[in-house]
Design a protein. Structure first.
Length: 196
């Protein structure tokens, strides 16, 4: 630890100070901060019990937790693996109606990476992909659905009018789509599977 930093830490006031007073304190800019110094390599999560680490991390928002993953491999493991039920809960709150929401994770849910699912949702929302087609009221949505189904029916009717009417025309139509293989041995069956 550099001597300037030790000197500064030893001169710290012992009484609590306000935030404004803390901001008014000026650190010595000539202080040599060494990133290899043991003070900067101290990992608080390594020395805390896992339950306490979880409680501390759960106080953060989901975006802050995504940022915390880049601190170290240990923090990434804690956020990805240990907090997987937290990410599952976020996804369930987001996509399920409250009364139909599952109460606990299944074996398949436990194996899935729910943080990745949540991040994908955030990416789609920020790109404006999700949320399209949502309406303020139920009536607006049903009216829009009626109009789109009417348009689809209007488009579909002329297509069905193109169909051949007689049996011979239909047979010719189906032969034009895919002709029946000629001969005793179909071409698409491998020789070893065909019994003579």
């Amino acid at each position: 630890m550099s001597s300037n930093l030790r000197h500064h830490l030893s001169k710290r006031p012992r009484t609590p100070i306000s935030a404004a007073a803390a901001l008014s304190l000026e650190l010595d800019t000539s202080m040599d901060l060494d990133p290899l110094d043991p003070l900067f390599r101290f990992d608080p999560l390594r020395h805390l019990p896992l339950e306490l680490t979880h409680k501390i991390l759960l106080l953060l928002t989901s975006r802050q937790l995504c940022t915390v993953c880049s601190v170290s491999r240990r923090w990434k493991k804690v956020v990805h693996v240990d907090l997987n039920p937290y990410w599952w809960g976020l996804c369930m709150e987001r996509f399920w109606v409250e009364h139909a929401r599952p109460k606990c994770m299944t074996k398949v849910d436990k194996k899935r990476d729910w943080k990745k699912v949540w991040v994908d949702v955030l990416k789609k929302e920020s790109a404006g992909i999700m949320g399209q087609g949502l309406f303020e009221t139920e009536e607006e949505g049903s009216e829009s659905w009626r109009q789109s189904s009417l348009r689809n029916n209007e488009i579909a009717v002329p297509r069905w009018d193109d169909r051949p009417a007689t049996k011979l025309e239909m047979r010719a139509h189906y032969k034009s789509i895919r002709p029946k293989p000629k001969g005793k041995k179909p071409e698409h069956v491998p020789r070893e599977w065909y019994c003579e």
